[in-house]
Design a protein around this ligand. Structure first.
Ligand code: PDD
Length: 276
């Protein structure tokens, strides 16, 4: 595979990462994961907007503008000949001896690579079991930073308990999952946590809300409780890697019929049309 690292396209073997990169010491950086459908990057505008917000939130000056970045990532996809896949992009605060204070002269360090990844058709069809866990993250979950340890631990615990993902709650309120946003359906209406500081403002979340409204499905952004989740007719997660994946159970209790529901299915079909 060809990487983009330190402003150059390089074969993977030629990438030399410094142990002094602040990404290692502090998780001091931001990232994005893009979907590639049919050889084309999906929703680059929404990704750039979020990247710029994340970078501003952690006071990191992006070393490129929107058009320049899109050019680089498009070339990366082409060079790797990826048709269905993902692009991972991260920008750290750069290379400098370990010190909590921002280095005076370090340059932000950008890295991106592109992989062939099939759409998750099996889990989108069957749905996933989930568990709930307390959301122990900081209060800037809207910045997509490299500090993902709480997310990693949640996902790992879900797997160890035989579940596909962990749904996070702050007290009684459902925020999101370890790597996707959560939506429920009650009486034909979609509910999802508002895009504030407690969740990542998912690109797939925004696309799903847009598609739902275009399908005349009512969709409301307001917090809902774990009890509302358990009593929902349907529930699903949205994310770049999971698209629209049904949740069939929570903590061993079935959601609705225990099968993917009709509104979820409609949204999946609308999504498939939108990327086709
Ligand atoms: N995760 N919430 C969290 C905590 C996430 O990490 C993600 C994405 C989402 C969904 O956002 P989007 O629809 O823009 O992918 C929600 C990426 C894919 C990851 O970390 O791998």
């Amino acid at each position: 595979p060809i990487y983009w690292y330190d402003n150059q396209f390089l074969p993977a073997e030629a990438v030399r990462v410094s142990p002094q990169d602040r990404g290692y010491y502090f998780g001091d950086g931001v990232y994005e994961v893009y979907r590639v459908y049919g050889g084309r990057l999906f929703e680059t505008g929404l990704h750039y907007e979020r990247l710029a917000r994340s970078a501003a939130g952690v006071k990191l000056a992006l070393p490129f503008g929107e058009a320049e970045l899109e050019g680089v990532l498009t070339e990366l996809v082409l060079r790797n000949e990826v048709r269905e896949g993902t692009v991972y992009l991260q920008i750290t605060r750069g290379v400098a001896p370990r010190n909590h204070l921002f280095p005076a002269d370090a340059q932000p360090m950008a890295m991106a690579y592109c992989n062939e990844v099939a759409r998750p058709v099996t889990t989108m069809e069957a749905g996933i079991k989930t568990i709930t866990l307390e959301d122990t993250r900081w209060l800037h979950c809207d910045y997509k930073t490299l500090n993902l340890l709480a997310n990693v631990l949640a996902k790992q615990e879900a797997a160890e308990r035989g579940a596909g993902d962990a749904i996070l709650r702050r007290g009684d309120i459902v925020t999101e999952s370890s790597a996707s946003n959560v939506m429920i359906v009650k009486d034909g209406r979609i509910l999802t946590h508002p895009a504030n500081n407690l969740i990542l403002h998912g690109v797939t979340r925004a696309v799903s809300l847009r598609l739902a409204r275009a399908e005349d499905i009512r969709a409301e952004e307001r917090p809902f409780t774990v009890d509302e989740l358990l009593a929902a007719d349907e529930a699903f997660v949205t994310g770049t890697t999971v698209e629209v994946t049904p949740i069939v159970s929570v903590d061993g209790r079935p959601i609705g019929s225990g099968e993917p529901g009709p509104v979820t299915r409609r949204l999946q079909r609308a999504f498939a049309r939108a990327i086709g």
